[in-house]
Design a protein around this ligand. Structure first.
Ligand code: ARG
Length: 556
C-alpha cells in the first residue's frame, strides 16, 4: 500500500466520519524531520476546532500500530514527521522492481479518454510554434496510456475554411506542371501566399474566383473535393514525418471538415433549448452570468465558427467513443473559447469531463516568435539543427547519427516538458543541449552512465534484493518508491513537468549517492543491493523519459 493511503487510513481510524481524501504525505524538506511529513492533522484540527497537537497525537498513535514507521513524531504546532522502517523500504523497493511498469497504478483501466493535440492547419508547414501542443499533448497521451487508459489521440486538423478556395485557384493557375505533379506542403504554402496576394488586387476578380472555388468545394464539386483531399493527404504525410521524429502517433486525423455537416443541427438544438438567441443578425449564447461574455454560434452572414465546430465535435466524440474525459491541448490564448463552449456543452447536457490544458508562449533565443521577426523557424529545420548540434557533441565520443537524433530531439522535447505548461518559455540551444543542469542530455547521460556501471558489474543482479543503509542510499531509495506517485500526479495535473521534475531530482539524488557511496568496490551482500538500486534507478529513469517521449540510449 502507498504511504498516503496508510496515513489516510490512520486519519480515518482516529477521526472516523470525516473526509480525509485531501490528506497528503510529502517528502520531508530536511532529513532531520524524518523521511516524510504530513500537515493535515493541523488542518483537520482547525476545521474541527480541536487542539492541533492532540489531533496529531491521535493520528500518530494510530500510525504507530502500522508497522511501517520506525518513528512517528509530532512536531511544532501539530506536524507529523515520519521515518519509515528499513524493512518496509526494502520490501517496497523489491515490490517496485518486480511490478509491471514499476508500480504505475492502472487507475485508467476500463476508462477511455480522447486527447486532442497538435492540430496544425493543413497546407502549411509546421513551425516552431507547433512544438508545444505536440510535445505536451504527446507526453500526456503516453502518461495516460501508462495508467491503463484507453486513449484516442485525435489530431483536430485545421482542414476547412476560406483558405481552400484560395489554394485551389492558386493551384490551377499559379503552379507549374512539375510543381503540381510533385506537390509538397512547401509548394502549397507558396501557392497560398501568391494566390492570397492576388486576391487583394483592386479589381477583385481573383478574389471572386477564389470564392467561387470555395463554394464549389463546399457544395461537393468532385474536382475540387479531389484536390482538397490531395492537399490534406500531402499535409498529413509531412506532419507524420515530424511526428515520427517527435515520437507521437495519432489514432485519427479528424479535422474540422469532419464536423462540418453537423453544425446546423447543433445550432438548431441550441435554439430549441432556448440557449441561442438572435442578436444583430447573429445567433449568440449569453454567458454573462458566468462572466464569459457572449459566444456567437452563427455569424450574421449565416456562417458557423470555431465555437460551433467544437460543439459539433464534442457531440460526435461523445456519441462515438463515450469517453470519460476529453483533453484539449492548445495555447493559453484560447482559454476563453474553451471556457465558453465547455459551458454551452454542459447546458446542452454533456456530462463528459472536458479539460483544457493551456500552455504559454514560447520565444526563441530571447526573441518573440513571429513571421514579422523573421524567426518563424520551420519545425523540420529546428529538428535538423538539433541533430546537427548533437552530432557535434557525440562525434568525439564515437556517436553516430542515430544517437544524435536521440539526443537532439530529446533535448528539444525536454526543454519544453521541464516547464509547467502554463508558463511562457524561452528556447535556447545552450540550455536545451547542456550536459549539466535540468536538460534532456543530462538525464540521458545519467541513464547511460548507470548502464555502463551495470555492464562493468556483469549486468544487473538477477535477484533484486535490497538492504538499504547509508543515508544517501536511503534518500535515493525513498525517491524511487515515489515514482508511481509522480506519474499519477503528472496525470492529475495534466503537467508532464511534474514527471520531468521528479526525474531530474531522482538523477541528482543518484548522483550524490554515487559520489558518496562505493558500489562496485563494496562487499557482498551490500554490493548486490547497491547494484539492484542502480538498476532500478536506470529502469525508472528510462521508463519515465519514455513517457515524456524521450529515448534513453545505452551508450553516449
Ligand atoms: N487548429 C487549432 C489551432 O491551430 C487547434 C485546435 C484545437 N482543438 C480543438 N478541438 N479546438 O489553434
Amino acid at each position: 500500500m502507498d504511504l498516503t493511503e496508510i496515513v489516510r487510513g490512520a486519519f480515518a481510524g482516529a477521526f472516523p466520519g470525516e473526509d480525509h481524501s485531501a490528506v497528503r504525505v510529502v517528502p520531508a524538506t530536511d532529513p532531520k524531520f524524518g523521511d516524510y511529513q504530513c500537515n493535515d492533522a493541523l488542518k483537520l484540527a482547525k476545521r474541527l476546532r480541536r487542539n492541533p497537537r492532540e489531533a496529531a497525537q491521535k493520528v500518530a498513535a494510530a500510525l504507530a500500530g502500522e508497522g511501517v514507521f520506525d518513528k512517528v513524531e509530532v512536531a511544532g504546532p501539530g506536524f507529523l514527521n515520519l521515518t519509515v522502517s528499513p524493512t518496509w523500504l526494502n520490501e517496497r523497493l523489491a515490490a517496485l522492481a518486480a511490478a509491471p511498469k514499476f508500480g504505475i497504478p492502472q487507475t485508467g483501466a476500463g476508462k477511455r479518454v480522447v486527447i486532442d493535440y497538435s492540430s496544425p492547419n493543413a497546407a502549411k508547414q509546421m513551425h516552431i510554434g507547433h512544438i508545444r501542443s505536440t510535445v505536451i499533448g504527446g507526453a500526456i497521451d503516453r502518461i495516460f496510456r501508462a495508467l491503463g487508459y484507453d486513449v484516442i489521440a485525435d489530431n483536430h486538423l485545421g482542414d476547412w475554411g476560406t483558405q481552400f478556395g484560395i489554394l485551389i485557384k492558386g493551384y490551377r493557375e499559379l503552379l507549374t506542371d512539375d510543381e503540381r505533379a510533385n506537390l509538397t506542403v512547401a509548394t502549397l504554402e507558396k501557392c497560398y501566399v501568391l494566390s492570397a496576394a492576388k486576391a487583394k488586387e483592386e479589381d477583385g476578380l481573383w478574389r471572386e474566383e477564389c470564392k467561387r472555388e470555395l463554394v464549389k468545394l463546399q457544395q461537393g464539386d468532385a474536382d475540387n473535393l479531389a484536390l482538397w483531399k490531395r492537399f490534406i493527404e500531402i499535409s498529413i504525410g509531412e506532419f507524420e514525418r515530424m511526428y515520427a521524429k517527435l515520437g507521437v502517433k495519432f489514432d485519427t486525423y479528424r479535422g474540422e471538415s469532419y464536423y462540418n455537416e453537423m453544425m446546423p443541427g447543433v445550432v438548431e438544438e441550441l435554439v430549441k433549448a432556448g440557449l441561442a438567441v438572435e442578436s444583430e443578425g447573429a445567433l449568440v449564447v449569453n454567458l454573462e452570468s458566468e462572466k464569459l461574455g457572449v459566444a456567437i454560434v452563427r455569424k450574421s452572414d449565416g456562417g458557423y465558427n470555431y465555437t460551433t465546430s467544437d460543439l459539433a465535435c464534442v457531440k460526435s466524440r461523445v456519441a462515438e467513443y463515450a469517453p470519460e474525459r476529453i483533453i484539449y491541448v492548445t495555447d493559453a490564448r484560447q482559454q476563453l473559447h474553451f471556457r465558453q463552449w465547455f459551458s454551452i456543452a454542459a447546458k446542452m447536457g454533456c456530462t463528459t469531463t472536458l479539460v483544457h490544458v493551456p500552455f504559454g508562449l514560447m520565444s526563441f533565443q530571447g526573441k518573440a516568435i513571429s513571421t514579422r521577426e523573421g524567426n518563424l523557424i520551420r519545425l523540420d529545420e529546428l529538428l535538423a539543427e538539433a541533430k546537427r548540434r548533437a552530432l557535434d557533441i557525440v562525434k568525439e565520443r564515437g556517436g553516430d547519427e542515430r544517437l544524435a537524433e536521440q539526443i537532439g530531439y530529446g533535448a528539444v522535447k525536454y526543454s519544453d516538458l521541464s516547464h509547467d505548461p502554463i508558463t511562457d518559455i524561452d528556447f535556447s540551444w545552450d540550455k536545451a543541449l547542456a550536459l549539466e543542469g535540468n536538460s534532456g542530455p543530462y538525464l540521458q547521460y545519467a541513464h547511460a552512465r548507470v548502464r555502463s556501471l551495470l555492464a562493468k558489474a556483469g549486468g544487473a543482479p538477477a535477484e533484486r534484493a535490497f538492504a538499504v543503509a547509508e543515508p544517501s542510499e536511503r534518500r535515493l531509495a525513498l525517491q524511487l518508491v515515489e515514482f508511481p506517485g509522480a506519474v499519477v500526479r503528472a496525470a492529475e495535473a495534466y503537467k508532464p513537468s511534474v514527471l520531468a521534475d521528479y526525474l531530474f531530482q531522482t538523477a541528482q539524488l543518484y548522483s550524490s549517492f554515487y559520489q558518496s557511496t562505493p558500489v562496485l568496490k563494496s562487499e557482498e551482500p551490500t554490493r548486490s543491493s547497491r547494484l539492484a538500486l542502480c538498476a532500478l534507478f536506470g529502469d525508472i529513469l528510462r521508463l519515465g523519459l519514455s513517457l515524456l517521449g524521450i529515448e534513453s540510449p545505452d551508450h553516449i
